[in-house]
Design a protein around this ligand. Structure first.
Ligand code: GDP
Ligand code: MG
Length: 175
């Protein structure tokens, strides 16, 4: 209402990254606190939203889940238009998904400008025995690209809520 001191902001967050890295599972963990071993493959682009209440702020996050497949890649630019932030996800057990992060960053920045905010997310850290991408590699890539990074597991939920909260409070709304 007009009498409330609550500030309201909205962020449009777009998830990018190769197929199977866990984008859909991360969003489902955050939205519903569940983990589905066999999520339906994302076709094109999906949309979900959740409002966080942090201190006296109400922060609405609209989450845009994309399909990493090549045949859907051309769809993505139209969804990037008014994004506040891109979450670029890779799978720590898949080196190729980590190498491809460079391409996802480039696609995003070509579209939104070199200063556009994006964060790097290392998913599946529960899979300790088959991990191929180490913290040092991740830190290096994040530093080179001036990105914040988070190590998370959609499966166990480790660090997922914290990541969304941190993004919610650190992003600047786009007018
Ligand atoms: P997307 O294509 O990037 O949306 O990936 P999905 O969310 O569909 O997940 C791909 C596969 O990885 C599924 O079989 C998930 O069960 C699995 N997966 C996703 N996140 C995790 C995680 O944190 N740990 C483990 N062990 N498996 C995960
Ligand atoms: Mg998906």
């Amino acid at each position: 209402s007009n009498f409330s001191n609550t500030s309201r902001v909205k962020h449009k967050i777009i998830f990018l990254g190769d197929q199977h890295v866990g984008k859909t599972c991360i969003i489902e963990r955050f939205m519903y606190d569940v983990f589905d071993e066999k999520p339906h493959p994302t076709v094109g682009v999906d949309f979900l939203a959740k409002t966080l209440h942090i201190d006296d702020k109400s922060i609405r996050l609209s989450l845009w889940d994309t399909a990493g497949q090549e045949r859907f890649r051309s769809l993505i630019p139209s969804y990037l238009r008014d994004a506040t932030c891109a979450v670029i996800v890779f799978d720590v057990t898949n080196k190729e998904s980590f190498s491809n992060v460079d391409r996802w960053i480039k696609d995003y920045k070509d579209n939104r400008g070199s200063e556009a905010p994006c964060v790097l997310v290392a998913n599946k850290i529960d899979l300790k025995l088959t991990r191929e991408v180490q913290l040092a590699d991740l830190e290096k890539k994040a530093k080179e690209n001036n990105m914040k990074f988070y190590e998370i597991s959609a499966k166990t939920g480790e660090n997922v809520a914290n990541m969304f909260k941190d993004m919610a409070i650190s992003l600047q709304p786009v007018e």
